[in-house]
Design a binder for this molecule. Structure first.
Ligand code: UDX
Length: 454
């Protein structure tokens, strides 16, 4: 099939390459000329394991290319819209500027019968509104004169995790299609295929593996995405709330998580207490969901998400507090090393990153903060040029009095008391992800502080 993917960020670029891998002819379209040039040259604009290989492999087949020209969308059967919906600066709502602009730019080039499939995370109700916009505008602006079957809009949320984006796209847990034509195709156009039949053809290879597929209305599909992220955020904040209780009682939240996680109704995944969640999805999605629910007069139903957000932000504060305690009450002019800047390992994304936030706060309190990360120094530097960045772990800890592990990269998890002691004068470690063996570090003479651990 001929496909386009509008927006070539984490979601769109990976989706475009993955669709080419499934055998489709794909044009990725973005307004960012530099990004498009990079992608066409086979250079990844962000760090994502496995993506550069698929990108280069698929460019070489000739089935994948990137463009800044929406006219290149004209021949496609299916258009995926995968642009960002960041949090608005003024309030918690989602900024739909890019989604609206993508639909506006695309509509004139839609051919009869085309399907526009939203993948961006949007407030519930957006898909129905955009379907009306396309239906009203298309006959007026279409370059394909002479009528024909009007284009349709579907919503197909994406659940990919950064760091696993290629795998999550090609081997998803489930496919969700939100469609306006849930009822059988209308009698006046018996030959036309339903939106879900078209999506089945796009994802034929994935469906062959018995991947669960849920076909539902537009509103449910939009809600599936935000409610999944709200649930994951709640699970993390739940265990972080237990960490706060553990801190008041001397209990150990990691043992608690193991014990409750054995209950298969609860499960151990997403029960890692620590510095909390960040990234381009969970924080902004729970805020946008809260704002949308309030608009709908149902603010009470998700009022708990404000608490989820508050618990999450308190954990960063707790890391800062531990650093202060470790330096004798103030970090002013004390040397602190921060290991990790990305919001999670295997990513260079620092959006709403707990690690970067901790580094910036300690720096603001007058500490000599030296931060490092295997991939995210450049993205962090763009946002916070005032911070001191070290290219390596060894350089970051060389003068440190306290070392704080905030993003659990494999190389930081593999640290031993001996290996770190050889690099730094520090003998205090704050393990803000609870990934180190507390007994081993204490046994080797270190002061070990975890989150929600004695
Ligand atoms: C998330 C969802 O998982 C994904 O399905 C959705 O499509 C996009 O948002 P992502 O932002 O890539 O994906 O990261 P995820 O792996 O979910 O982690 C989010 C944050 O939660 C990270 O900062 C991580 O460190 C934190 N986290 C995760 C915890 O603090 N504890 C946990 O137990 C798990």
């Amino acid at each position: 099939m001929r496909l386009t993917v509008i927006g070539t960020g984490y979601l769109g670029a990976v989706h475009a390459a993955a669709m080419a891998k499934l055998g489709h002819e794909v044009v990725g379209i973005d307004v960012d000329t530099a990004k498009v040039a990079k992608l066409n040259a086979g250079e990844e604009p962000f760090h994502e394991p496995g993506f550069p290989e698929v990108l280069r492999e698929q460019l070489a087949t000739g089935r994948l290319r990137f463009s800044t020209d929406f006219a290149d969308a004209a021949d496609a059967d299916v258009h995926f819209v995968a642009v960002g919906t960041p949090q608005r600066k003024t309030d918690g709502r989602a900024d739909l500027t890019y989604v609206d602009a993508a639909f506006m730019a695309l509509t004139p080039y839609l051919k009869p019968g085309a399907l526009v499939v939203g993948k961006s995370t949007v407030p519930v109700g957006t898909a129905a509104r955009l379907a009306e916009v396309v239906a009203a505008r298309w006959p007026l602006v279409a370059t394909h004169a002479g009528g024909g079957e009007a284009p349709r809009v579907a919503w197909n949320p994406e659940f990919l995790r950064e760091g696993f984006a290629v795998k999550d796209t090609l081997e998803p847990d489930r496919l969700v299609y939100g469609v306006a034509d849930l009822e059988p195709a209308d009698a006046s156009s018996p030959s036309s295929r339903s939106a879900s039949e078209i999506l089945d053809e796009v994802y034929a290879q994935i469906l062959q593996r018995d991947t669960p597929r849920i076909v539902t209305d537009l509103a449910t599909a939009e809600l599936v995405k935000v409610s999944a992220n709200a649930f994951l955020a709640t699970k993390i904040s739940f265990i972080n709330a237990m960490a706060e209780i553990a801190e008041a009682t001397g209990a150990d939240v990691t043992t608690l998580a193991d014990a409750i996680g054995f209950d298969s109704r609860i499960g151990r995944k997403f029960l890692n207490a620590g510095a909390g969640f960040g990234g381009g999805c969970l924080p902004k999605d729970i805020r946008a969901f809260t704002a949308r629910a309030e608009e709908l007069g149902r603010g009470d139903s998700v009022a708990f998400l404000k608490e989820v957000d508050a618990i999450n932000l308190r954990r960063r504060e707790r890391v800062v507090q531990l650093a202060l305690e470790s330096c004798g009450g103030t970090v002013y002019q004390h040397h602190v090393a921060v290991l990790g800047l990305a919001f999670k390992p295997d990513s260079d994304d620092v959006r709403d990153s707990p690690a970067l936030d901790v580094a910036v706060r300690l720096n603001g309190l007058g500490g000599h903060v030296c931060a490092t990360d295997p991939q995210a120094i450049e993205t962090a530097r763009r946002l916070h040029p005032q911070l001191d960045y070290a290219p390596t772990l060894a350089a970051a800890v060389a003068e440190a009095e306290v070392v704080i592990l905030v993003t659990e990269w494999a190389e930081y998890k593999a640290l031993t008391p001996e290996s770190l002691a050889a690099l730094t004068p520090a003998r205090t470690i704050i393990d803000a992800r609870n990934v180190l063996d507390a007994a081993a570090w204490r046994g080797a003479g270190w002061t070990y502080r975890g989150l929600g651990r004695p």
